[in-house]
Design a protein around this ligand. Structure first.
Ligand SMILES: Nc1nc2c(c(=O)[nH]1)N[C@H]1C(S)=C(S)[C@@H](COP(=O)(O)O)O[C@H]1N2
Ligand SMILES: [Mo]
Length: 370
């Protein structure tokens, strides 16, 4: 199936597996994956069948289960430092806009060998800015906190004390980020209302940022002056990394924000004597310069980008045609470079990163050629 894209260029519509094509097994990953691990749903990236992840396969991660919110009685509250505190029904939100946004993202905990906490979607909704402008943001507002309807009991440690408090899932954005054109309140994915797992009826999407930012079951936006230091903002999701500044190592603890430039190989297929390597790029929206693939100790070879994934915040699919594969086990790795010359790091280059989040390292993986 070949259609014409917005710019009149042919678009790929990648079939799950073309006729005559067979899947080549990875030797570093089991043939069958469990569909879920507890509450987490893993997307088997070997099954990528087009630019967008089907709604019922989109990965899901959440910390307090899946609350049920009735779309008919749902109201989004906007409180705090606004001129007109409001409470908006889904109908009112829909009347504020029905824009489309293509955005892919990964959980900051996504990593080898499965890389299954990443997906790509076409979202429908309202730019966050439209809702904030309607409420009227006061000049002293600095911090915008997004609360989900999901909640749990949490122990909060303070020096030698421990307090148990009822906490909502919450994340925040600075004034500059919240009022920028990108953040988006989505009520549909791939043209259909969000499912319960995806945060029905409304969620935040901050394009180019890690998944944790994209608050599901969005219930309230609270605008305040002081910094929000809730568990999922300040403690559970942060990176501890050593950085050498002026010859001295500084240990930096930082919040999870923009996605780090990453690529990985998602599957290898065989068609006759040719092999096709399919991979995924996740990034913060900075345009890319190139993606390359290396086989064993060979040179880096350019891969081809799928024009159907060219939207700025889409994940990007790429392929590499491997013509001279010999029987036996081989190592394949990809790396992506952006237009600013930023190159996806190797695992060695990330050695001073202590916490496992934000692992964007090059991922050599192995296949067995029959
Ligand atoms: N309300 C709420 N939103 C949430 C979470 C959560 O626990 N509660 N988890 C976050 C995390 S850690 C990720 S990776 C993404 C996953 O989004 P998805 O399930 O649509 O893939 O949701 C984010 N939004
Ligand atoms: Mo996450």
């Amino acid at each position: 199936m070949v259609g014409l894209g917005i710019l009149g260029l042919p678009e790929w519509a990648l079939p799950a597996l073309a006729q005559g094509e067979t899947l080549v097994p990875f030797t570093d990953m089991p043939e069958n994956l469990p569909a879920s691990l507890g509450e987490t749903r893993i997307y088997d990236v070997r099954k990528i069948s087009g630019p967008f992840t089907p709604r019922d396969q989109f990965f899901t991660v959440q910390h307090y289960g899946h609350p049920v919110v009735d779309p008919a009685t749902f109201r989004l509250k906007v409180t705090g430092l606004v001129d007109r505190p409001t409470s908006l029904s889904l109908d009112v939100l829909r009347r504020l806009g029905s824009a489309e946004l293509v955005a892919g993202f990964e959980c900051s905990g996504n990593r080898r060998p499965l890389q299954g906490l990443s997906s790509n979607g076409r979202w429908t909704g309202v730019p966050l800015r439209a809702v904030l402008h309607r409420a009227g943001v006061k000049p002293q507002a600095r911090e915008f906190v997004f609360f989900g309807a999901d909640r749990g009991q949490e122990q909060v440690e303070f020096r030698t004390q421990k307090f148990t408090v009822d906490q909502q899932f919450g994340r925040s954005l600075s004034r500059e980020n919240a009022l920028s054109p990108e953040p988006f309140l989505a009520y549909a994915l791939n043209g259909e209302p969000l499912t319960r797992h995806q945060g029905s009826p409304l969620r935040l999407i901050v394009p180019g940022w890690y998944g944790v930012t994209n608050v599901k079951w969005l219930a309230q936006i609270h605008v305040q002056e002081d910094q929000y230091l809730g568990k999922y903002q300040a403690r559970w999701y942060r990176t501890l990394k050593g950085e050498t500044i002026d010859g001295e190592v500084k240990w930096k603890e930082a919040a999870i924000t923009h996605m780090r430039l990453k690529s990985f190989i998602a599957r290898v297929t065989r068609d006759g004597s040719w092999h096709t390597v399919l991979g995924v790029v996740l990034h913060d929206g900075t345009p890319l310069k190139e993606v390359e693939v290396k086989v064993d100790d060979g040179p880096w070879q350019p891969a081809t980008m799928d024009p159907a994934t060219r939207a700025r915040y889409s994940w990007k699919l790429f392929t590499y045609t491997w013509k001279d594969a010999t029987p036996g086990e081989h190592t394949l790795v990809s790396r992506v470079t952006d237009v600013n010359g930023k190159v996806q790091p190797t695992a060695e280059e990330l050695e001073t990163k202590k916490t496992f989040l934000e692992d964007n390292s090059q991922f050599p993986r192995t296949v067995m050629i029959a």
